[in-house]
Design a protein. Sequence first.
Length: 727
Amino acid sequence: MAVVRTASTTINDEDDNPRPLKRQRGAPSPSLSPTASPASTSAFPLATAPDKPLQLQLQRLPPARLLLALPALVLHPRTHKLHLRSIALAQHALRRCLALATLEPSEECRAWSGLAELGVMWLDACDGEGNISEVEGALTKALLLSQKHPSLRLYTPHLTLLSARLAQTYQANPKFAAHTLKRLLASLSRPAPSQTYPAHVLFSAHLGLVHSYWCAAEEDAATCTGNGNGNAKGKAKASGAVQKCLSALEDMRTAAAAALGPTNAVVLLALVVRLQLLVRHGMWADVPGALDDAEQAFEFEGGPETPPVLRVQMLMLGVVFHTYAGDAEKAGERLRVLHALLDTGVLGHAKEDGVIEIPFPDAAAPPLRIHATPPRVMHALAFLLSAVAKRDAVGRAPKKGVFARAGLGLREFAMGVGEMIGMTMGGEGRRESERRATRKERIKADLLGEVVAISIMRSEFIQAQSTLDTLVAHTRTHHLFPAYAARIALMHAQLAHAKGEAERAVRCYRVAGWVASGSAGAGAGEIHEGQGEREKDEWVRAAARAGEVWVRLGMVRRRRDDGDVASEMEELRTLAKVVVEECEGLGGTLMAVAEVLRACLGEEFVAAKQHLRRALDLATRAQDNHLRALVLALVAAHYLHTAREHAMAVLGTCGQLAAGLGAVRAGAGVGNAPLRLWVGERVVELHRWAGEGAMAERQERVNERVREACRGGAGVGVGVGVGEGGP
């Protein structure tokens, strides 16, 4: 029978069913439970009773230290929606810190420096709207403290860079910024024996000076672009600013080689930036040497571990140059390496905002952090660059169209501008967010332009018109139409030219040339703020004027039996001389166009053949089969009456290229119908002259099918070589 125990009864050690030891409840110690009785205390002993009670030994932080540490705890990234609020809270903490009565010089200098940094961050986020005088005052006080106390000397370079950035970006005083940075570099390059600075401090100053000169060169280039009447003077200004930037880059490269070795990541960075500068400002004569230096440095055995972004940008610049020069083989080699590199996912670990780290040989040294192109933009640029570099329009699926359409299928281009601003808009400022979104929209517009170009070359006129309408709507929606107006007018002209609408083609060519010249005049003031800027484009202007000469020459050829056209031909020769001079020095494609114009408007038969031979070499080297087919037709026309066998061989090659300009699947389509019809008619003539009636009849049946395609709207072009008798 169970025994009922009262609370005062002690536990019998001989209990039949004792509580397990791990579940026994120990009584609190007398110090923690003053009401516990001695009996209960002895009845429920603690398993591990400490000799002393557990107490947390926390020390109260000084207010200055707490307030100085607060900004690092509350700040949000630039893309966070509460970024501005976190900056305001951090500024409030530092102002409270500066209001304290007892501050060490190091704490006061740190507080003023932080207040200046936060002020610049606020200006960046609010597009320059902020208290600039407060930032300037904080910089002044922090600099005075850092120069007064030797232990705070490491603050001086950082504060000087911040002051130069403030003057350059928000006070419109680039001369002061450059002078400040040059003085800083002089002090860093020849420090006192007791004053040595980390490597990232020295090269941050070098990059700051390069950036200052780069901005000056951009402003001069914009002035040159907008001034239609002072080209020579504008170029002289731009070249002066560019030369200063190149000199600063060379100083940076020399300092890096002396401090870190002949080949290191900073040297590679200087080489890539130099190459970008030369390409950006059209100094093509200096690009080959700079490109060779960069490629040799990147391929140096035992070289440093460089950020993949630098290698990708170097490859892209190489593709741009060789495409401009018309060397498809060299451009293709670099393009294959670029795609192989991107396919490995080397940009997958890069930060979304484009910040990369340039390491130093000393692993313990802090890296040099710089802003580069974000990975998403790099992938979009790779598609655009591939579409531009691929010139061959012949085949079932030309790579030019494949890359352009694949680029348009990227996720970035599937969303609207509002969504992209929402992704990037946090505390970085609406202007910065819109700039990022506009950059993506410009890439999309360029990709649409490549789709229009390949569609026109392949006589896919419905697709070309539809894509061109999409391009117009896209540029108007995102306020980019003034910047693309010249190119859009040129595309309209080329489409009308390919469809045989001669009068419309001439009008559109003239409009494109006028807009691309950037001349002031009627309509020049119609561009409103926020709608982009009318850009002077020498390439579009030269192409438009060459197209106008081309169409008018074809129209004269068609009217040659109606009356005297000698005066109009003389006018065209005069205009063509000016156009040829404009085309020279603007790349391999326009150089080939200039040679064709020389051949067609020249008066010497032998000289015309030489010009066509040079044009054919340029088109073949660039793998531009669309232009190559036209040149072959002109070459064949010169040999119809002198070397018929050679003419037949050339016509055969030309006919194959013309058939491939529009082939979707085997045996379908006629390709470039006007060119195929002209080639077929010449082949019939050669067969009849040779007495081959059966072959002439067979070719005539093929010509009838192509003629029906021309009547059905497959494209009736006008220009040299399309007339009945050739040139």
